[in-house]
Design a protein around this ligand. Structure first.
Ligand code: HPA
Length: 270
């Protein structure tokens, strides 16, 4: 695995991705931030050795390197999920490569369903913590000691420094930013009413199918990270309406404007 990480890193350096400061992962229906980047290098995942390819249509599948607010950013327009059939080692390969390329901060976004009944469609939530309900772990197997410890601490998985900047930026921009707990499930089916009820009982504010594997890997490597969920559907077990991907994408598209303003402001302050 370490050889693969080094090979991909060398390939991307050779393509001109030499000094990224901030890594960005854009979730379902949330890829438009790249239109704000002055692009220097754009590579399809299909052209990167060992990279999985996004099999979900709502995910573009391109790595973008360029300038955003005076910072060098490396953005993933589209990510990988366990439900696509990839191992979590594959899902998180780009995060390990980002760190090897010199990324110092990692910002992630995702689409999520709201368990917390005070949240509305289109709201943004800053992840304060998470609950991992995935059947696998990206750190399973022999530890790569060069990257991080066998038993990484997870007492504070989201960087207080970036989270503080997120909250300050949200205030400045007059954007409602909840702070809460993200539960991750493997998908691809959405949850039953009983499952939503259970997720509420165990302390989740939102539920989604991504982000946590990347956050575990970032913590393993000591890479400070922060993540924002866009609430795309309401998961009230007593008033549940069938969730449709078109609706989820439409809501993500509308809320994306706030997310882009928030990320832009935070990146300018990193
Ligand atoms: N459940 C799981 N993942 C999701 C949801 C949901 O309700 N909405 C968006 N991603």
């Amino acid at each position: 695995m370490f050889d693969t990480i080094k090979e991909v890193t060398a390939f991307l350096k050779h393509k001109g991705i030499t000094s990224p400061d901030t890594g960005i992962v854009l979730g379902t229906g949330l890829g438009k931030l790249v239109s704000e980047i002055e692009i220097e290098v754009a590579i399809d995942y299909a052209d990167i050795p060992h990279f999985p390819v996004s099999t979900v249509e709502s995910h573009k599948g391109r790595l973008i390197y360029g300038n955003l607010k005076g910072h060098k950013v490396l953005a993933m327009q589209g990510r990988f999920h366990i439900y696509e059939g990839y191992s979590l080692q594959q899902v998180t390969l780009p995060i390990r490569v980002m760190k090897m390329l010199g990324v110092k901060w990692l910002l992630l976004s995702n689409a999520a369903g709201a368990i917390n009944k005070s949240y509305q469609k289109g709201d943004l939530m800053l992840l304060d913590d998470h609950i991992n309900l995935l059947p696998e772990n990206p750190l399973t197997g022999k530890n790569i000691d060069e990257l991080g410890p066998r038993f990484p601490d997870m007492s504070c998985p989201y960087s207080p420094v970036i989270n503080h900047k997120m909250e300050t930026a949200a205030q400045l921009l007059n954007i409602t930013l909840h702070k809460g707990v993200y539960a991750v499930v493997s998908g691809p089916n959405l949850e039953t009413r009983a499952e939503y009820r259970y997720l509420g009982l165990i302390g989740a504010d939102v539920v989604g199918m991504s982000t946590v594997p990347e956050v575990i890997i970032a913590n393993h490597m000591g890479l400070p990270c922060a993540a924002v969920s866009v609430v795309t559907d309401l998961c009230d077990p007593d008033n549940l309406v069938p969730a449709k991907l078109e609706d989820i994408l439409e809501t993500a598209g509308k809320a994306e404007i706030g997310l882009i303003r928030l990320f832009n402001e935070v990146i300018s302050k990193l």
